[in-house]
Design a protein around this ligand. Structure first.
Ligand code: FES
Ligand code: FES
Length: 157
């Protein structure tokens, strides 16, 4: 099977896919984008969060074929070249990255939240990120990172 889609603004093609292959597998193993992490492969941890046609999805639960003709944005696609996105910077600066395994998914989920709700309450943040599990940080630094990102994005033009 062949998959043709747009990933991070570029037209991409992957050949010889097995019909049951996940979008996560294709991104990581065939398209050279290891940012999205494979932690549970069951839709439980959110480490593989990406956008598919503008909707936040767990890439491990999406069949690659479902992305045919679609537009995928991964954590790599949020940066502008070498310039990190304010959400990415905020996670680093707030110390919200320890082992880092959960971080890409949290960053994409935070980006999605702040796109919908630029000034979220702590309760809204906790609800939006409830599907993203972190075993290291205790979540407080993650809340700090989201607050910092919201502040930074508010002052951007
Ligand atoms: S790897 Fe997809 S939700 Fe955990
Ligand atoms: S930083 Fe290790 S799982 Fe979140």
């Amino acid at each position: 099977m062949r998959l043709t889609c747009t990933v991070n603004g570029e037209a991409r093609v992957a050949d010889d896919l097995w019909e049951g292959e996940s979008l996560l597998y294709v991104l990581r193993e065939r398209l050279g984008l290891p940012g999205s992490k494979n932690a549970c492969e069951q839709g439980e941890c959110g480490s593989c969060s990406v956008y598919l046609d503008g909707t936040l999805v767990c890439a491990c639960l999406v069949l690659a074929g479902q992305a045919e003709g679609g537009e995928v944005v991964t954590v790599e696609g949020l940066a502008a070249g070498d310039q990190l996105h304010p959400v990415q910077e905020a996670y680093v600066e707030a110390g919200a990255v320890q082992c880092g395994f959960c971080t890409p998914g949290l960053i994409v989920a935070t980006h999605d939240l702040l796109g919908r709700e630029p000034r979220p309450s702590d309760a809204q943040v906790r609800e939006a990120l409830a599907g993203n599990l972190c075993r290291c940080t205790g979540y407080e630094k993650i809340l700090d990172a989201v607050r910092l990102a919201a502040e930074r994005m508010e002052v951007l033009p």
